[in-house]
Ligand binder design. Structure first.
Ligand code: C2E
Ligand code: CA
Length: 540
């Protein structure tokens, strides 16, 4: 899980995630455009096929009406001169048919063009398309019409006994865009077909592709459509070469690609904003701040006179969801912004109590310093929060350090006194910077003062280093406990020891960096065993 989440929160992966989102969106937009374009192409195919279908529809209507005309207008004795004259009358109708036959039991007995009586009947044989019902129409496709006195001509003989007519090969205009090819077929019983017009083979491929098309043809950039007249007799199959179609419209394709890229970039930005918002440090911290994610580091506080570890300052850390340890400079501003100050004070106190009460050896006494925000200087609540420690006065004493944050409230003095009565000492933290000014020192009866680490860490002979001496003297004069933090070198420690005015406690990397509970207890044991141990170089 942590690994997965780190994909969202690490800068390293963000680019990959972004690219992934872009790619997926780009592909989705292209797929949508392709779908739209195939739908439109299919419509164009239907339109092109429609003209041919309409022609065949009209043809069918025509011979149906012609047969009706023959039935009602040709009454004379079959093959008689009067019969032929009546046939001629129907042939004048403007429906395109001008050859009529008299057919009985599949035999042509006479026709308009060869009316001579006494002629041998012509056997038509088995029809290519037999009648669908008794009295229906039968077709003999592509027959040589020599027997009708038209040598060299080919036509389809359509018969509804006792009449028949000849349908010449149809010239249908199949003109279509160059990227589209058509084939007209006549559907035969049993699923066969006869090629009529256009490019042979298209119908076969369209039938194979089926009504929904097939992915194989699509992958080759080919789209098939098969359109039949309502009787299902004439069909026009269309094959569109999509690649050729796109090649003819480079401008449209370029705009579509650019549009897809733009949309993908926009979507990526939006999704990334959502992800960033949801997984931003601020959002993560607010969502996951709790007893399990707060970690305590313990920085030893040494008594300058005896060299003993008298206590520790508890420093908060936050464990991010990818297990990275986050330092207070990152989350303290969020704690203040979202008014989580009391919550964090409580979480730190509870965790520190759980760890120290379990790990501190019996018989040891420890002063435990906590950092609190000025706005939380509320004696009843703090007394309750540190209740565990206060209930074991033989093991722990509690100090709260009012950190350098917002202004110390007017009620501070009253609260400090109440805290003192409850057994909690109060220090001003980071003295010498910002709000922790002289006025506070004079106005508040705090128990101690922690000199800002900038003094002890200042380079030798710097203005800050010179001020250290004066600051120490001044605080000493007020009778407050004095802690100097930020002691990093043995020389600075020796210098502090040499000062006339007394410094009570020192704290800094020279003594130890902040440690986890196991390391801190080990360090404590080493000190108690005599002498200062090797310094721990790893910060908790
Ligand atoms: P602070 O109270 O002044 O804490 C001391 C900071 O100085 C700690 O940084 C500590 O690691 C660092 N430090 C100690 N000795 C040395 C040294 O010799 N050299 C240097 N360069 N640094 C040293 P950290 O842990 O990052 O804490 C920073 C600040 O965050 C603290 O400053 C405190 O204001 C705040 N903070 C930490 N934990 C809590 C907490 O539980 N509650 C509240 N309200 N604030 C906290
Ligand atoms: Ca502090």
């Amino acid at each position: 899980m942590a690994k997965l989440v780190s994909v969202f929160i690490s800068e390293r992966y963000r680019r990959f995630v972004g690219f992934g989102i872009w790619l997926v969106t780009f592909a989705a937009v292209l797929a949508a455009l392709a779908w739209h374009s195939t739908t439109r192409t299919h419509e164009a195919m239907r339109f092109e096929a429609g003209a041919a279908i309409a022609h065949y529809g009209q043809l069918r209507k025509n011979f149906v009406s012609t047969f009706e005309a023959l039935r009602s207008e040709v009454m004379a004795t079959p093959c008689s001169p009067r019969f032929i004259r009546q046939l001629e009358a129907v042939a004048f109708r403007p429906d395109g048919f001008n050859e009529f036959l008299h057919v009985r039991d599949g035999q042509v007995l006479c026709s308009l063009t060869s009316p001579e009586p006494g002629q041998q009947p012509v056997e038509l044989g088995r029809p290519d398309i037999p009648p669908q019902r008794p009295g229906g129409v039968a077709f003999w496709l592509d027959r040589d019409l020599t027997f009708l006195g038209r040598p060299g001509l080919i036509g389809t003989i359509v018969v509804r006994e006792p009449f028949g007519t000849v349908v010449p090969l149809q010239e249908v205009d199949l003109s279509a865009p160059s990227w589209m090819r058509l084939e007209t077929v006549l559907a035969l019983p049993g699923g066969n077909w006869r090629h009529r017009l256009g490019e042979e083979g298209i119908y076969g491929r369209a039938v194979k592709a089926g009504p929904a098309g097939d992915l194989g043809s699509l992958a080759k950039g080919r789209l098939h459509g098969n359109f039949c007249d309502p009787g299902g007799m004439h069909c026009v199959a269309v094959e569109a070469n999509l690649l050729a179609m796109y090649a003819q419209q480079p401008g449209v394709v370029a705009i579509a690609l650019l549009g897809a890229a733009f949309l993908a970039s926009y979507a990526t930005l939006q999704v990334q904003n959502l992800i960033t918002g949801y997984w931003s440090f601020e959002a993560r911290f607010r969502r996951y701040l709790g007893a399990d994610s707060i970690v305590c580091a313990y920085q030893p506080v040494m008594c300058l006179e005896t060299g003993e570890i008298a206590g520790c300052e508890v420093l908060a850390r936050w464990r991010d969801i990818d297990d990275a340890i986050v330092y207070p400079d990152r989350f303290i501003p969020l704690v203040e912004k979202h008014r989580l100050t009391m919550q964090i004070t409580k979480l730190v106190a509870e965790r520190a109590y759980r760890e120290l009460s379990r790990m501190l050896p019996a018989g040891e006494h420890l002063q435990v310093n906590f950092n609190i925000f000025p706005c939380d200087l509320d004696a009843p609540r703090l007394t309750s929060i540190y209740g565990g420690f206060l209930a074991e006065p033989h093991r722990f004493s509690v100090v709260v350090e009012i950190i350098e944050s917002d202004e110390i409230p007017n009620t501070a003095q009253r609260e400090i006194e109440a805290l003192r009565r409850a057994g909690i000492k109060t220090y001003i933290d980071d003295f010498g910077t910002g709000y922790s000014n002289m006025q506070n020192l004079a106005a508040l009866s705090v128990d101690g003062v922690k000199l800002d680490r900038a003094f002890a860490m200042a380079p030798d002979n710097s203005m800050m280093a010179q001020m250290l001496n004066h600051a120490v003297e001044m605080i000493h004069a007020t009778g407050r406990i004095l802690v100097v933090e930020g002691v990093e070198t043995a020389e600075r420690l020796a210098m502090l020891r040499r000062m006339k005015a007394g410094i009570d406690f020192v704290q800094g990397y020279l003594i130890s960096r902040p440690l986890d509970i196991a390391e801190f207890v080990a360090l404590l044991a080493a000190y108690r065993g005599g002498g200062s141990p090797a310094r721990n170089r790893h910060a908790a």
